[in-house]
Design a protein around this ligand. Structure first.
Ligand code: CUA
Length: 159
């Protein structure tokens, strides 16, 4: 016996809309991934999270001058803070941030800039930023990491 499924017209339209949206999303995803080549970083530097304090460059956290107006900022995120938590650079300096976490997932976002990193234990994440305007920049953890999450911050003083 053949039974015909009864479907309301609006139901059918809604189903087509849902299916169509899914197809559009998949097409966009495939274009971004295979045609525009947007992929997550594949060759991220790794570090043993349990040995962060003994592994270069994290055995010497801090600001290291590498050029006339260029610095490497080696920082470690932990519950609940950053080491170091104050950096001082002259205006016009390019800072190459190199960060990792030694416990859980943290974030590193500098307010008013496009610096926004995720700190995954076991991985090193980097970003460079040129601080043109003098002032105090607040860096915060933007990944909820526990009871002290809201206290996890650092300061970059540009003068
Ligand atoms: Cu670290 Cu939130």
């Amino acid at each position: 016996m053949k039974e015909k499924i009864h479907m309301h017209r609006y139901e059918r339209i809604w189903l087509m809309f849902g299916g169509g949206t899914l197809v559009v999303f998949l097409v966009v995803l495939f274009i971004l991934a295979f045609w525009m080549g947007m992929t997550p970083p594949s060759d991220m530097q790794v570090v043993n999270a349990a040995e962060v304090d003994k592994t270069p460059p994290f055995d010497k956290p801090g600001l290291h001058q590498v050029g006339p107006h260029e610095y490497d900022a080696v920082m470690i995120g932990f519950v609940f803070g950053f080491n170091p938590n104050v950096l001082e650079v002259p205006a016009g300096s390019t800072v190459n941030f190199k960060l990792t976490s030694k416990d859980v997932v943290h974030g590193f976002e500098i307010a008013g800039t496009n610096v926004n990193l995720m700190l995954l234990p076991g991985h090193v994440n980097t970003i460079s930023y040129t601080f043109e305007k003098p002032g105090e920049y607040l860096a915060v953890c933007n990944e909820y990491c526990g009871t002290g999450h809201q206290f996890m911050s650092a300061k970059i003083i540009v003068k």
